[in-house]
Design a protein around this ligand. Structure first.
Ligand code: FAD
Length: 495
């Protein structure tokens, strides 16, 4: 496609996506590239994005970031999963945790033994009780235990995280340039991006451009005209209102997601405050009513005025076009129901570094990148739709739409297979493993009609004993843990 050696990399935008990209590219490619990040002090970042999932721990390991320092810098707390409240039906809650419920065998996962026992009339506890992360979340306990601990992620302050990553990036040689992009200059011959022109009149040239300009998508969208697949018919929420509040209790070790008649509300506890928001569909609620609803349904005093954010759920048709790679909100958006956006940023940067076109951009690299991004985001899209579609809620037009809408064939197949056989299979680029799908499917009220026959090789008393032992060992593991807030205090002080 192009044999120009890629030496100068320009990142446009300095939100979470821009600085995560700058940190990983500068750390991994070092002085092999000249990295410039352009961000505008006049254009704020989206300013939300505070819940993460476990793979972020690996991202920090690659960057050599100390966990204690990171937590202190971002007012971070630990996250064991998400409490989905009122999603299955009003008054019915479950936790999608980062853990595994119990032992599997090669043919059948743990839930087959649980479902089998239940169907055979053996006394069982709630499915989630067999999972340490679930139980620890409910008991508000947590500790980082190096071996055989609980699986976790973080809640963080997005603004502080970007600042922290800026320091890391600059340490590894990235150069920050402040300025507002006024124009993107294209090459007359091949239509690729030649440079960006700042309002100051300065021109920033590059060989490869990373578009991290957020929803504006100045490079990939505006300049290169890359289209967007709109998935609003499956995920009708298109607005959010966000505000910060004081903490009224010690921070919980999980995110709360509370289903509402027109969407859902999040609550994310940090060390010093809570992040709150309402994700809703403007077909069912006005912006003004959303602000009022949020203000009336938070626990602590508001620290910021409720702020409305508009979005269109979907994906750029391609995330890499010519010499421009879109990362973050410029590449697409899935609502933060499963905290997947920061993870998608991490995946795209990792993929870009793995496929880095040092010797010129080849079409095979671009195609591979785009295919992987597409497979990954579509699988997450299906997982999010599942939460809305498989529900007993019938108390509002919003929920009636969601439960009766058509869903993608890929999801419909998964739902049917699980209902009929209890089986779920993880595909190559699926982010969520079988256990996550099972927790959400059963949490939303989808019980399999069948279980694997291997379960029936066990007599009732052995099956009962197996479940009891699993429950006991989970309880013993969790009861040893300290309270989450006590652990944070101790851990951050011991930096
Ligand atoms: P932005 O933060 O918008 O940054 C854009 C950057 O581009 C800024 O630095 C801006 O100055 C710069 N810029 C724009 N135009 C110009 C210009 N003309 N010249 C120069 N610079 C320019 N993700 C999660 O993983 N977990 C969550 O819990 C979560 N919650 C969310 C809740 C909501 C309501 C929303 C909308 C998103 C949420 N996300 C969440 C997604 C997350 O916020 C984003 O993925 C993340 O912040 C990355 O944003 P960004 O860096 O792509 O864009």
């Amino acid at each position: 496609m192009n044999n120009t050696r890629i030496k100068k990399v320009v990142i446009a935008g300095g939100g979470t996506a821009g600085w995560m990209a700058a940190a990983l590219i500068s750390k991994s490619l070092g002085r092999g590239v000249e990295l410039t990040l352009v961000e505008s002090d006049a254009i704020p970042t989206v300013g939300v994005g505070e819940a993460t999932i476990p793979p972020i721990i690996n991202f920090h390991k690659v960057l050599d970031l100390g966990e204690k320092e990171f937590l202190s810098r971002v007012n971070g707390t630990f996250k064991l999963g998400i409490s989905f409240e009122g999603w299955h039906d009003l008054g019915k809650d479950y936790v999608h945790s980062f853990g595994f419920a119990g032992k599997s065998n090669w043919a059948a996962e743990f839930h087959h033994f649980w479902v089998g026992a239940k169907k055979r009339g053996i006394d069982v506890s709630q499915y989630g009780d067999y999972c340490a992360e679930h139980l620890a979340a409910r008991m508000k306990k947590f500790a980082v235990v190096p071996k055989n601990g609980v699986n976790y992620a973080y809640h963080l302050d997005a603004g502080l995280y970007a600042k922290f990553l800026r320091e890391v990036s600059e340490k590894y040689g990235a150069v920050r340039k402040e300025g507002t992009i006024a124009k993107v200059n294209l090459d007359q011959d091949d239509g690729s991006i030649k440079s960006i022109l700042l309002e100051s009149g300065e021109t920033v040239e590059g060989d490869l451009f990373v578009d991290c300009t957020g929803f504006r998508a100045l490079l990939i969208g505006e300049a290169l005209g890359t289209g967007y697949d709109d998935w609003s018919h499956w995920l009708p929420c298109n607005s959010a209102v966000a505000a910060q509040t004081e903490l009224t209790a010690p921070p919980l070790p999980y995110t709360r997601s509370i289903a509402r008649p027109f969407g859902w509300q999040w609550r994310i506890p940090l060390q010093n405050r809570a992040g709150n928001g309402l994700v809703f569909s403007s077909d069912y609620l006005s912006d003004e009513d959303a602000k009022t609803f949020l203000a009336e349904n938070v626990d602590g005093k508001l620290l910021t005025d409720p702020r409305v954010i508009k979005f269109t759920t979907g994906s750029r048709k391609v995330h890499w076009k010519k010499n421009c790679v879109a990362i973050g909100l410029s590449s697409g958006f899935l609502e933060p129901l499963e905290s997947t956006s920061i993870h998608l940023i991490q995946r795209s940067i990792t993929r870009l570094v793995q496929l880095f076109p040092s010797n010129g951009i080849k079409q095979s690299q671009v195609d591979e990148f785009n295919q992987q991004c597409r497979d990954e985001i579509e699988s997450i899209r299906d997982f999010i739709i599942l939460h809305y579609h498989v529900t007993d809620r019938d108390d509002s037009d919003f929920w009636r739409y969601c439960r009766t809408m058509d869903v993608p064939d890929s999801l419909s197949h998964r739902i049917k297979l699980f209902k009929e056989t209890g089986k779920i299979f993880k595909k190559d680029l699926d982010l969520f493993a079988e256990e996550s799908w099972v927790q959400v499917m059963m949490g939303q009220g989808l019980m399999p009609d069948a279980y694997h026959p291997v379960v029936d090789t066990m007599a009732d008393d052995s099956l009962g004993e197996f479940l009891k032992d699993t429950l006991m060992s989970t309880k013993q593991k969790v009861e040893r843990l300290p309270e989450h807030h006590e652990f944070i205090e101790y851990y951050c002080k011991s930096t």
